[in-house]
Design a protein around this ligand. Structure first.
Ligand code: SAM
Ligand code: SF4
Length: 330
C-alpha cells in the first residue's frame, strides 16, 4: 500500500476497543462517551482486516485502544491473527490487567511483544494523571512479568505534561536502566477528548532530553529504523549494545510524517490514514456488506492513497480531530 506521497504502509494499528479503566488527563475526560457496543469490530472482523492488510504488505500489527486488555476476547484476537498471518503482533497496555497467566496465554497464541505506559513513579501523581486507583508499583510488576515471559523487547511509554509530571524525566529514564528496556517519552499531542491541549502544558523532546542528560549523558543511536516514531539514545556510561535506551517521540516539535509507514483502524472500524485525519473511511460497512477480500484490499489501498503529507499541528490552520486518541488507537 503506497500513498500519494510515495510512503509505503507496513504497520497497522488496530484499536480493538475504545473503552478504558483509566482516564488519563491527556487522553480521556472522566465522562467520555463510548461508541455503542454493536458498532465495535468483532473478533472475526479484526482478524480479517489484519489478513487483508498483510496481503498488501503490512508486516506488523499493534493492538491498542482504549485499553486492549479489557477486551474479553483478546486471546482469540491474537490467536486469530497469528493463525491467519505471519505479521508481528504487538500490544500496548496500561498494564492494569496483566497477570502471568494472561501474558503466558497471549504469548502462547502468538503475541510477540508489549509496550507499557507509565507516566509517573509517585503514587499520588500516578493517580492524578491516570485518574485511576492503580499504582506505579503494580505497573512495574507488569513490566517485570512481561520481561520474564519473554515478550521482548518490552518498551515503556510516558507522556510528560507540564504541572503534572514534567519533573520526572530522570526517574522515568532510570527505569530503562533498572529493567534493561527502552523508556520512550511521547510529546503531548492535541488528541485528548477534552480538547484541552495547549502549548503551555506541552513539554518538548529537547527539554526532556536536556533534563535527562543533566544526570545521564546520552548518545544518539545510529541503528534507528527510519520509519520508527522514536529517535533512540543510549546511556553513555553503558555498553553500546545495552538494551537500556531512551526513546524520544516528538510528533509536535520534530514531525516524522515524511517517513510514516502507519495506517490506523478505529475501534468502530474506520480507516484513519493519519492520527490527525479529519476524514475517515468506513471499512466496517464494507465488512458487514460481505465485501470480498479483493474489495477490502481495494478499499485499504484507496484509503492509504489519501494519507495527508503531514499533520500540521503547528500550522495556524490545524484542526484537532473530533475523536480522541482512545478511539483512534495510539
Ligand atoms: N491504554 C493503552 C495505554 O495507555 O498504553 C493503549 C492505548 S493509549 C491511547 C496508547 C498510547 O497513547 C499511550 O502510551 C498513551 O500515553 C498515548 N497517548 C494518549 N493520548 C495521548 C496524547 N494526547 N498525546 C500523546 N500520547 C498520547
Ligand atoms: Fe486509557 Fe491508555 Fe487513554 Fe490512559 S492513555 S485513558 S490508559 S487509553
Amino acid at each position: 500500500m503506497v500513498d500519494s506521497h510515495g510512503r509505503t504502509v507496513r504497520d497497522l494499528r488496530i484499536s480493538i476497543t475504545d473503552r478504558c479503566n483509566f482516564r488519563c488527563v491527556y487522553c480521556m475526560e472522566p465522562d467520555v462517551r463510548f461508541a455503542p457496543q454493536e458498532s465495535l469490530l468483532t473478533v472475526d472482523e479484526i482478524v480479517r482486516i489484519a489478513a487483508v492488510a498483510e496481503s498488501l504488505g503490512v508486516r506488523k500489527v499493534r493492538l491498542t485502544g482504549g485499553e486492549p486488555t479489557l477486551h474479553p476476547a483478546l486471546t482469540d484476537i491474537i490467536a486469530g491473527i497469528a493463525a491467519e498471518t505471519r505479521v508481528e503482533i504487538a500490544l500496548i497496555t496500561n498494564a492494569s490487567l496483566l497477570s502471568r497467566k494472561s501474558l503466558q496465554a497471549w504469548k502462547n497464541v502468538g503475541l510477540a511483544r508489549l509496550t507499557i505506559s507509565i507516566d509517573s513513579l509517585r503514587s499520588d501523581r500516578f493517580a492524578r494523571v491516570t485518574r485511576s486507583a492503580w499504582s506505579p508499583a503494580k505497573v512495574l510488576e507488569g513490566v517485570q512479568m512481561s520481561l520474564d515471559e519473554g515478550l521482548t523487547p518490552v518498551k515503556l511509554n510516558a507522556v510528560l505534561i507540564r504541572g503534572f509530571n514534567d519533573d520526572e524525566a530522570v526517574e522515568l529514564a532510570a527505569l530503562a536502566r533498572t529493567f534493561g528496556v527502552e523508556m520512550r517519552f511521547i510529546e503531548y499531542m492535541p488528541l485528548d477528548s477534552a480538547h484541552a491541549w495547549d502549548s503551555t502544558k506541552w513539554v518538548s523532546a529537547a527539554e526532556t532530553r536536556a533534563a535527562i542528560e543533566r544526570v545521564f549523558p546520552l548518545v544518539a543511536c545510529s541503528d534507528d529504523d527510519p520509519s520508527s516514531t522514536a529517535r533512540t539514545l543510549r546511556f553513555a556510561d553503558l555498553p553500546v549494545g545495552s538494551p537500556a535506551r531512551v526513546g524520544l517521540i516528538a510528533p509536535v516539535s520534530t514531525p516524522f510524517c515524511g517517513a510514516c509507514s502507519r495506517l490506523r483502524i478505529t475501534a468502530d472500524g474506520k480507516v484513519r490514514p493519519c492520527l490527525f485525519s479529519t476524514t475517515e473511511w468506513d471499512l466496517r460497512s464494507s465488512l458487514r456488506r460481505c465485501a470480498t477480500d479483493d474489495e477490502l484490499a481495494d478499499f485499504l489501498i484507496d484509503a492509504t492513497w489519501t494519507k495527508q503529507p503531514g499533520h500540521g499541528i503547528t500550522s495556524p490552520e490545524f484542526v484537532q480531530p473530533e475523536r480522541p486518541m482512545s478511539a483512534i488507537g495510539g
